[in-house]
Design a protein around this ligand. Structure first.
Ligand code: UD1
Ligand code: CA
Length: 463
């Protein structure tokens, strides 16, 4: 019988000092609670219920089309037991074990959830919970055991006597229950220092009902790091980054100053990729074998085929770079930029929805928007495709082995046929036929002896 997971995520998150609900804060580009939802499904959960409150609509929208996922709303935040009770409407009658986790604890491992379910079954317990020993247990609920080591109850920091506060075994907030949960929850009251319905009171209630309460001690304090503040968010992000970098290095990726490299879980890297310091890789970025990314380059949703290079300080978003092509330093590849095999983009070149054919070059200071450039063409420094007339975008089509001289403006829609040659400084607004020279600028005029004559005039006036 598969289990269900309830994720408590209705809390305010005051300490984040943000308009965004806490559980939607991005952690490596994805909302925090997304990690909890993924872990829940990976643990084999049949149903996942998220209890939302603050920013309920926003949270719901962030996960609109996730199959097997239900949201329930806790309108008033009266405590963790009250939050869990909101899930009864969805899970009443669910026969399997019910795991409960907290939406602000994204590093909890899949194995940990599976382990709790297993312990509940093996020990025929009514409830199982995780515990952990901390050198500094401040702020957490403390686990009170009897002399035989049986768990008696949990006591919150606010309610604890000085002796209880000295207990180092804490409640990290991960539990598993049998299906009597809903009837037991009705016995939780709010007679405590916070006037809240405390979920961990279920320990005492299950025991009083004569059921066993089992526990599993976690040896990995990292996995239970909760996020209540920006500093804790940064700390968790650091842990995740370290895990990701370590993973890719075992897969054959070379990282220079790895601690300076940022990458998201959705990124895929092949062996012999080299990443220089300060590289940022986001979203669906995929780097093929032997790709090199220079210092401080930023790549989002960009695919780079084997042995291509993105040089330092380049910014690529939604770009596609084929084998042996190279871009940068200081290249800007915007969505729809496509460099075919061996194409070259140099410094201060911007491409948007533009394809550069095989071995074509745009070496310096150019803008190519809504453009097709055929193979082995050369785009000179300062060339601009004027693709926007203030209302609509127009296309520039450049054939093969075309030469576009420096500082030319190509006013779209316009086509330069194969082998065309545009003289530098031209403003081109008519198509250029195959193999033709187009020159579209004022003809130069040299005035012989002008400088000397001017000097002579000035001297005469002063004398
Ligand atoms: C809780 C536990 C504490 C444990 C700690 C571990 C209780 C009473 N205390 O304390 O024993 O050591 O977690 O991190 O459970 N939430 C709701 N609705 C509410 C209140 C909270 O959905 O009305 C959610 C929060 O969004 C959060 C989770 O429940 O994700 C935990 O709430 P929080 O207020 O952070 O509890 P702690 O004080 O950390
Ligand atoms: Ca918390």
């Amino acid at each position: 019988m598969a289990h269900a997971v309830v994720i408590l995520a209705a809390g305010l998150g005051t300490r984040m000092k943000s308009k965004l609900p806490k559980v939607l804060h991005p952690l490596l580009g994805r909302p925090l609670v997304g990690y909890c939802i993924e872990t829940a499904f990976k643990s084999g959960a049949e149903r996942v219920v998220v209890v939302v409150g603050h920013g309920a609509e926003q949270v719901r929208q962030a996960f609109a089309d996730h199959p097997g996922l239900t949201f329930v709303e806790q309108r008033e935040q009266l405590g963790t037991a009250h939050a869990l009770a909101q899930a009864e409407s969805v899970l009443a009658g669910f026969p399997g074990p019910i795991v409960v986790t907290q939406g602000d604890t994204p590093l909890t491992r899949v194995e940990t959830l599976k382990g709790l379910v297993e312990v509940l079954r093996r020990e025929k317990a009514g409830m199982a919970l995780l515990t952990m020993r901390l050198a500094d247990p401040t702020g957490y609920g403390r686990i009170v055991r009897d002399e035989r080591g049986e768990i008696l109850r949990n006591v919150e920091q606010k309610d604890a006597t000085p002796e209880e506060q000295a207990i180092q075994e804490i409640n990290p907030g991960v539990y598993c229950f049998d299906s009597t949960l809903w009837e037991r929850l009705k016995q939780v009251d709010n007679r405590n220092a916070a006037n809240e319905y405390y979920l961990p009171d279920l320990i005492r209630i299950y025991r009083e009902a004569g059921q066993k309460v089992a526990s599993v001690e976690s040896k990995d304090p990292e996995e239970l790091l909760g996020i209540n503040s920006r500093a804790q968010l940064a700390q968790v992000e650091r842990v995740l980054l370290e895990r990701l970098r370590a993973h890719w290095m075992t897969q054959g990726v070379r990282m220079i100053l790895p601690e300076s490299i940022y990458l998201e879980p959705s990124v895929e890297l092949a062996p012999d990729v080299t990443l220089w310091p300060g590289v940022i890789l986001r979203g669906r970025t995929r780097l093929g074998e032997g790709v090199e990314v220079g210092a401080y380059a930023v790549l989002s949703d960009t695919v780079v085929e084997p042995y291509a290079k993105v040089r330092s300080h380049s910014v690529c978003e939604g770009a596609y770079i084929e084998s042996g092509a190279d871009a940068g330093p200081f290249a800007r590849l915007r969505p729809g930029a496509h460099l075919e095999e061996g194409a070259h983009v140099g410094n201060f070149v911007e491409l948007k929805n533009a394809r550069l054919g095989r071995r074509a070059k745009a070496g310096h200071l150019a803008y190519l928007g809504d453009a097709e450039v055929g193979e082995e063409s050369n785009i000179g420094a300062g060339v601009i495709t004027a693709n926007y007339d203030g209302k609509r975008k127009h296309k520039t089509t450049i054939g093969r082995r075309v030469f576009v001289g420096s500082n030319s403006v190509l006013i779209a829609p316009v086509t330069l046929a194969d082998g065309a040659f545009v003289a530098g400084g031209s403003a081109i607004n008519q198509d250029v036929p195959e193999g033709a020279l187009a020159i579209a600028r004022m003809r130069q005029r040299n005035i012989e002896g002008y400088v000397k004559r001017k000097e002579a005039e000035t001297t005469a006036q002063q004398g």
